[in-house]
Design a protein around this ligand. Sequence first.
Ligand code: TRP
Length: 369
Amino acid sequence: MTEIETTADRLERSTDAASLERSRARSLEIEAEIAADPSRFRVLTGDRPTGHLHLGHYFGTIANRVRLQNAGVETWVLVADYQVITDRDGVGELRERVLSLVTDYLAVGIDPAKSTIFAHSMVPALNQLMLPFLSLVTEAELHRNPTVKAEQEATGGRALSGLLLTYPVHQAADILFCNANLVPVGKDQLPHLEQARVIAQRFDKRYGRAVKDRPVFRRPEALLSEAAVLLGTDGQKMSKSKGNTIELRMSADETAAKLKKAVTDADRVITYDPEGRPEVSNLLLLTSLCTGEAPEAIAERIGDGGGGTLKRVVTEAVNDYFAPIRARRAELAANEDYLMQVLRQGIERANEVAEAKLAEVRAAMQMVY
Ligand code: TRP
């Protein structure tokens, strides 16, 4: 790591800040447009099936998807099973994880009557878009993607696989194949979305003459999430590998045991101070997300009750909030036939749309024989 900031770095940082500001402002406008007419939007979003969903996922992104779906926005939810192998050799317990993810989706309120849940490995026409798309990006562009760089660093110096380098292009295929024009993202995913827009533009510029009347691909926009970031029970970044997560599928008792071991500090008077007291504040935030009460007010009520009281309060809040979701989850998990039926139905729908899109692409590229 170098300490010297070059002009190029500074420029990158300032344009990042400016584009983040623009994305924020645009996201507010989009929210207003959704309220006025949700039918203008189609959302595509998804997850890698690498583990079980936890409360960070739920409050960070999943609850927002349910909100968009229920606001009347057509929602496509992708199980990104091919992304599992971007930075690892094996797939692990893939089938179990995919089914667990589908179970989580349904339990939190993703409704298969309104939303399409599918696994992208099962959609050949989507995957075929990768070939023309790869011809539209340069190798230098791929190497510059900050998220790819960060993920590469996180793998601890492991050689960069071709799939990790090109997964933003695959992700563009995920978004563009189904005519999605809205992708709810955190700010780390903004470069991917920009890449998808660039690919859509370049495709139409290069091949659009064959279909003069309208572009082959819609231009997707980011819907930036302003969700507060939950930390793990140890006050560190929440991550499955650190064992500091509470998973949706855990029981009330398992949740209580996890929260009992949560890190707090020696000050008995509970205050909400995310900078100075990250661990205590994180438990207050989690309580707040579950009850809707402001974290400061919760802190005030606990007063000098100390970490013990705080843990009791947060455990009760989490277990109350998730009780109905967990009950539904247990029911769903016992019915694998139904889960498979939902997934297959989503896959079928995705294939219909993907084949139609690939046909348009072939026509534009004059590859119809
Ligand atoms: N990269 C996302 C994740 O890590 C999953 C994903 C794959 C995705 N393709 C996408 C998200 C397209 C949004 C749009 O969970």
